[in-house]
Design a protein around this ligand. Structure first.
Ligand SMILES: *Cc1c(COP(=O)(O)O)cnc(C)c1O
Length: 443
């Protein structure tokens, strides 16, 4: 069974470079054929694998080197091998006692991340299913630390370019809908620290309770980095929890240029990272780093008499004490195996390559009949045609089957965006993209 699956997957990876970036042909009959219940009698693995392969071929191909829509990540094969092992071994890592050495593997990666982001001793990392779940835990930690049990008048500050998972987290965390106050961004779409400060002071004077501010280390629409140091200063002065959404851009911190762009992130009370974006891992791999592990613990931990005695070793945590989850997949191996197999320098080099390519892309596109949203802070370039319809341009580019871009509204105008973050998106494909855009602009 394993051999058949590996054969299919090796072929799948090889084919990505020639595969169309999207395919919705003959979808309806396929969907209809997949809608039935499972059979009582056993099936044939070969046939079942073809069914899965056919199903996986529909939609837009997020594992394709031409996929630069939203925030890509690619999905490293070595991480999938880690997952395969984790699922078959099926040891329990929700608490430390059942598999202490496996928890140590996961914990070692989290410690490495805390160090990379300048988090002190006493900080804690936790792996989550993604950025949204990480954000929820961060909001809950900030809420319970800063507000206790009385949320009345609570205020959380975001920019008008922040990811919607913050508002969603606030909603799930039980905060009233008007608890999220949107602060304007400046002409470069970055959170304006003076406007943030003004909003906090004004709310406090009105008897409200400012408790948290969110800055983005790479926004979803145009990839810009908010002025993290200035926001950190405002948060320190106004005594509110400083959260950084690094789901897209956080991992550029591993590079020298990234550390310059993200300066100030080390002052955050909490940082959201998405290894399924910036570490090229498969979907389902998020991360949260929190400066004060006790704040994260107090917001999540509930004791149960039927569990092993809680771990009091900070190096060997009960992950369930820092997360809404109890039983979970052993997602630590998804990081540990690729990092140890390829070495961290391979990741640094790949991230550096994306920074280079984004700069080159920006340079090439600025020679065309396009308006660019701004110089790339990281690896995202957003642009719109000066004299054509952006939606028609997008359709033409994506229609080639070689690239797949998404669009975003920026101050009410549609921009196309290319986010270079998949490990499979290399120079050849970016150069091809420039050709495709050039040709698609021709009448
Ligand atoms: C992807 C993303 C999120 C949400 O993370 P998920 O992993 O999709 O839940 C939040 N913020 C930013 C900036 C993102 O790019």
């Amino acid at each position: 069974m394993g051999g058949a699956v590996v054969d299919l997957l090796s072929r799948f990876v090889d084919e990505r470079y020639d595969a169309r970036t999207s395919d919705y042909a003959d979808l309806e009959p396929l969907l209809a054929s997949l809608a039935g219940p499972p059979p009582a009698a056993p099936g044939d693995l070969g046939q079942l694998l073809s069914t899965v392969e056919h199903a996986a071929s529909k939609g837009f191909d997020t594992a394709n080197p031409g996929f630069v829509g939203y925030i890509p990540g690619g999905g490293l094969y070595s991480a999938a091998l880690g997952d395969f092992i984790a699922c078959v071994v099926n040891r329990y890592t929700g608490v430390a006692a059942p598999a202490p050495a496996l928890v140590q593997l996961e914990s070692s990666v989290l410690r490495w991340l805390c160090d990379a982001f300048g988090m002190p001793v006493g900080s804690q990392g936790v792996l989550t299913p993604g950025g949204s779940m990480s954000t929820l835990s961060a909001v809950v930690a900030a809420r319970s630390t800063r507000l206790g049990e009385d949320f009345r008048g609570a205020r959380l500050y975001v920019s008008d370019e922040v990811h919607h998972c913050v508002a969603k987290s606030a909603q799930i965390a039980g905060l009233p809908r008007d608890a999220v106050r949107v602060v304007r961004t400046d002409d470069h779409l970055r959170l304006d620290p003076a406007a943030l400060r003004e909003a906090i002071v004004e709310d406090r004077a009105a008897g409200l309770v400012p408790f948290m501010a969110v800055a983005s280390a790479g926004t979803i629409n145009t990839g810009v980095v908010d002025p993290l140091t200035a926001v950190a200063d405002v948060c320190a002065e106004q005594d509110v929890w400083f959260h950084v959404d690094g789901a897209y851009g956080g991992f550029f911190q591993l590079t020298e240029r990234g550390r310059v762009a993200l300066a100030g992130i080390e002052r955050a009370d909490s940082i959201v990272l998405d290894p399924h974006k910036g570490l090229f891992l498969p979907y389902g791999t998020g991360c949260l780093l929190v400066r004060d592990r006790e704040a994260l613990r107090a917001a999540h931990e509930v004791q149960a008499h039927y569990l092993p005695p809680p771990s009091d070793d900070p190096g060997l945590p009960d992950f369930s004490a820092f997360s809404p989850e109890l039983t979970r997949d052993f997602r630590g191996l998804r990081l540990w195996l690729p990092l140890h197999l390829h070495g961290t320098q391979a990741f640094v080099d790949a991230l550096d390559e994306k920074l280079d390519l984004a700069r080159e892309l920006h340079g090439a596109l600025s020679g065309l009949d396009l308006e660019l949203a701004g110089g790339p802070d990281l690896s995202l370039v957003a642009f719109r045609p000066l004299s054509a319809d952006p939606d028609a341009l997008l359709d033409r580019i994506n229609g080639t089957g070689r690239m797949w871009l998404s669009s975003a509204p920026v101050r009410g105008r549609t921009f196309l965006r290319m986010c270079l973050l998949s490990h499979r998106t290399r120079r050849d494909r970016v150069e091809e993209a420039v050709q495709i855009i050039r040709q698609s602009l021709e009448p």
